[in-house]
Structure formats: C-alpha cells, structure tokens
Ligand binder design. Sequence first.
Ligand code: DQA
Length: 145
Amino acid sequence: MPMNRLLLLNGPNINLLGKREKEVYGKFTLHDIEIEVADLAQKHGHELDCFQSNHEGELIDRLHQANGKYTGIVFNPAAYTHTSIALRDAIMAIDTPVIEVHISNVHKREAFRYQSMLASACYGQVVGFGLKSYRLAALAFLESK
Ligand code: DQA
C-alpha cells in the first residue's frame, strides 16, 4: 500500500478563491486550504502534495501520475464535476482512492450542479462544509490507516 503522502487536487477557478463569489465560497484562499490540509496531514505523519489547474487534461495527467504514489487523493474538480467523463475515466483507471470535495452544498444550488460525473467512481464525497470539506476528506484517509 502507498506511502505516507496525500495529494490535494483542485480544478478550475479554485485559484480565485477569496475573490470569487465570496458569499458562496467564503473568504479563504487556495493557499489557506493547502496550509491547513498540509498541517493536518503532517499531524498524521503524512506529506501533502498540492496541484491546481484550470485545464482538464492537466488534471487527468496529474491523476495518472498519482497512481500508486499516495494514500489517497482529495479532489475538488469544481465545474468539471458536472461535465467531465474524461476525469471520471481517469479516476476509474487508477488504483489510488479519490474523495470528491465541494466547498459549497451543490445540492442547494442550481440544478445543473446536482449531478456528478465523478462521484460513483470515487471512494467518497464531502459536500458543503466550506474549508472543512477538505479537512474531513483528508481525515477520511488519514484515520483509515
Ligand atoms: C465547487 C462546486 C462546483 O459546482 C463549482 O463549479 C465550483 C466549486 C465547490 O467547491 O463548491 O467551481 O466544486
């Protein structure tokens, strides 16, 4: 089984957190998320690698590269959640478990956000707890050992 490392993966527009739709996503930034999850991981003896991209293919490449290298992947696919069969196939293609994360409660928002192309390919899903969604997903991996 994989080494003591987690991958934190974020999709499109997550780089704009803190400026973007603050009433939906809050004031915290991507950097805040990365610091907090890295700290949590460290407390559980894990290193954290972080990657954010606005490009679907780059996220797919990162998933491929991650295969077999991590305890798990905490992934906020952002809008690609609702559209990307290619990301779903990438998750299906690797052995490393992925937890899908959303900051907002997508089920209380527009109907086009209700569907996830990825969720049924994932180990689990955490939705609607703001920055804490990432912490809870990371803990699901960190406490499962
Ligand atoms: C999001 C929810 C998505 O519907 C949206 O496209 C995002 C962010 C979230 O974290 O709440 O960009 O993934």
